[in-house]
Each structure stands twice: as structure tokens, then as C-alpha cells.
Design a protein around this ligand. Structure first.
Ligand code: IPM
Ligand code: MG
Length: 360
């Protein structure tokens, strides 16, 4: 039976990078007889323009029916003025939560060819391979109540709520431990347990889950320290597990260790490994439409999709190898460019990966 993949290019650079990822996906589909059928729809601002909402019910139904979802990026100044509930980002949060995609895997791997592109010294980042496991459907991005209001004295105030239940913490902690088990068996749980009640529960539950993983070396770190350690000595980390907001922030930080946020793919998985795959970067409206965005994070997201949703390790490995070969050839988009390399645009990079994959 064929496998259905729903492609949601989104906004800004989304359609440009997605066009390249789709080329790679279609080649992999043919080369490895994967039997994928692709369909396309809108999310975010593009969905707002087409359907009047950032995630239409029919799109959500298509996403539910699909075997996997490939997403570009959402958001942009064009939609800044619309009411908060209809902002592009709301569509992304809604699809994550409606599909129960609580487990977000964000690998930060430094390709040796890009050591020069990192803002840190090569010896600090050489060989870097970290996996950030971010809780994606709970915490402060979803917590109720949340409100913006005007007080009786005329002053404006607003608040959000950061709730976590035991079961939400337990299931993401398990993802963290499971990932550590297939890697270097080190897990660092990041929280703010010196201040937050939700973090105190987080730490207690992670400790309980740890009993089922005696082989994993568990440590706890406050998020402020973790942010500092990531730029001081990032290679001390193997897997990091953390809540929604801390994971959002730390994964952007970790991406720069690898040279560019344009290199970071991600997988967002439900309890049965159904997944949505997207680059960690945003829609970069400042460079949208110029054909200069780096498509590699999206191409590497295709590779994660083959690995996690379809168990196609050989095809996934081949895409990663093709990316590595293109970097060996010295091809660089602007974000990872350094002296002596050849600058290419979005399509140039995508075509080069396609060629490298074809010739493997
Ligand atoms: C990310 C993004 C999103 C998030 C935004 C666009 C809502 O920053 O995927 O990291 O905060 O999760
Ligand atoms: Mg983010």
C-alpha cells in the first residue's frame, strides 16, 4: 500500500526550501521504491490567506489521515496585525497539539566541513553531536488560563500559565531515556527547579522514570546554566530533555554551534511514532523570495522522516551522505559560507544534493 505524505510548505522561505526537499524526497522515493504519494496544503499565514484560519479543519483531517507530514515554516510580518488567535504560529501549535506530537527531536550535529562556520572555536565544537528532546504539546505555550487585560487602575497586564502533569512529563522523559539508550547513554534533564513548581515536579518524575533505565547516566541542570554550558563546553552533552519553552530556546542556541540554524532538522512524534518533520528555523521573511535560503535543514528533515516514520534507514543514510558530499564539494549557501567556498542559492544547493544522491 502506498504511504501518504502531506507537504505543508508554509510561509516566507517555506515554499522555496520545500521545493528542494521535495525534489530530494521524490528521488529517494524512486530510487528506493518507497511508494510515497505526496499531497500539498497550506499552514500558517498561507492558510489564513486561503482559508481564513491558520489551520483549516480540512487540512487537519488530511494531516490525521497522512502517514507523515513535512512542514516548511510559518509566520511573517504580513500577518503581524491579525488577532492573536489567528496568527500563523497558532496553526503550527494547533497541528502539533491536535496530532499529539509531544516528542520533538532536535539533533544538533556539526558537519566537520562546517567547523569554520560555527561562531565558536573549532576545537569547542569539533565532533559535536547533541540531541535535544523538547516537550512540544504542553507547558507555557498551551497552558490555561492566559490573558491580556486592563486593570481597574488602567494599567495593562498579561499572564501565561506553565502547567505540566505527571503523565506529560513521564512520556517525554521516556523519549529522552530511549534516545539516550541508542546513543551514548547520557541524559541531561533541563529545568528551573530552583524556582518553578512545574520544574520541581518535572525533576521528581524524571528521577522516577530513571529507575527503568539503570544504564543511562542522568544529570539535572538548571536552564540558565544549561544555556551557558552549551556555549562553554557543548560536547559534555549527549541527550538533553526539557520542556516546551526551554527546548525552543536551547535548540536555537544549539543550532548556532553547528554553524547555522539552516542546518537543523527536527521530528515531532506522537506515541506511535507518527510524525511531522520540519526544519528548526523559522520562515525568515527578510530573505524570502530571494532564492538564497539554506534548504539543508528541510532536506535533513526528510531524512529524519524516512528514519523515524518509515524505518527506511538506508535511504535516510543516503540523504545524509549526499548532504555531506555536497559540503565536501565546497558548496555553501550564504548562512554557512566561508572564504574559499562556492556560494550557491537554494535551488543550487537542492540540485547538488539531488545529483549526489542520484550518483550514490
Ligand atoms: C519552533 C518555532 C515555533 C515554536 C514557533 C514558530 C511557534 O520557534 O518550532 O521552534 O515556538 O515552537
Ligand atoms: Mg523556535
Amino acid at each position: 500500500m502506498s504511504k501518504q505524505i502531506l507537504v505543508l510548505p508554509g510561509d516566507g522561505i517555506g515554499p522555496e526550501i520545500m521545493a528542494e526537499a521535495v525534489k530530494v524526497l521524490q528521488l529517494a522515493n524512486d530510487k528506493y521504491s518507497l511508494g510515497f504519494e505526496l499531497s500539498f496544503d497550506e499552514l500558517g499565514g498561507a492558510a489564513y490567506d486561503k482559508y481564513g484560519v491558520p489551520l483549516a479543519d480540512e487540512t487537519l483531517e488530511r494531516a490525521r489521515a497522512a502517514d507523515a507530514i513535512l512542514l516548511g515554516a510559518v509566520g511573517g510580518p504580513k500577518w503581524d496585525a491579525i488577532e492573536p488567535a489567528l496568527r500563523p504560529e497558532r496553526g503550527l501549535l494547533k497541528i502539533r497539539s491536535q496530532l499529539g506530537l509531544f516528542g520533538n527531536l532536535r539533533p544538533a550535529i556539526l558537519y566537520p566541513q562546517l567547523a569554520e562556520a560555527s561562531s565558536l572555536k573549532p576545537e569547542v565544537v569539533a565532533g559535536l553531536d547533541i540531541l535535544i528532546v523538547r516537550e512540544l504539546t504542553g507547558g507555557i505555550y498551551f497552558g490555561q488560563p492566559r490573558e491580556s487585560k486592563v486593570l481597574e487602575n488602567g494599567e495593562r497586564m498579561a499572564y501565561d500559565t506553565l502547567p505540566y502533569s505527571e503523565s506529560e512529563i513521564r512520556r517525554i522523559a521516556k523519549v529522552g531515556f530511549d534516545m539516550a539508550m541508542v546513543r551514548n547513554k547520557k541524559l541531561c534533564s533541563v529545568d528551573k527547579a530552583n524556582v518553578l513548581a512545574s520544574s520541581q515536579l518535572w525533576r521528581a518524575v524524571v528521577e522516577e522514570v530513571a529507575k527503568d533505565y539503570p544504564e543511562v547516566e542522568l544529570s539535572h541542570m538548571y536552564v540558565d546554566n544549561a544555556a551557558m554550558q552549551l556555549v562553554r563546553a557543548p560536547k559534555q552533552f549527549d541527550v538533553m530533555v526539557t520542556d516546551n519553552m526551554f527546548g525552543d530556546i536551547l535548540s536555537d542556541e544549539a543550532s548556532m554551534l553547528t554553524g547555522s540554524i539552516g542546518m537543523l532538522p527536527s521530528a515531532s512524534l506522537d506515541a506511535n511514532n507518527k510524525g511531522m518533520y520540519e526544519p528548526c528555523h523559522g520562515s525568515a521573511p527578510d530573505i524570502a523570495g530571494q532564492g538564497i535560503a539554506n534548504p539543508l535543514a528541510t532536506i535533513l528533515s526528510v531524512s529524519m522522516m524516512l528514519r523515524y516514520s518509515f524505518n527506511q534507514a538506508a535511504a535516510a543514510d543516503a540523504i545524509e551522505l549526499a548532504v555531506s558530499k555536497v559540503l565536501d564539494q565546497g558548496l555553501r549557501t550564504g548562512d554557512i559560507f566561508s572564504a574559499g567556498m562556492t556560494k550557491v542559492g537554494t535551488a543550487g544547493m537542492g540540485d547538488a544534493v539531488v545529483e549526489a544522491l542520484r550518483s550514490l
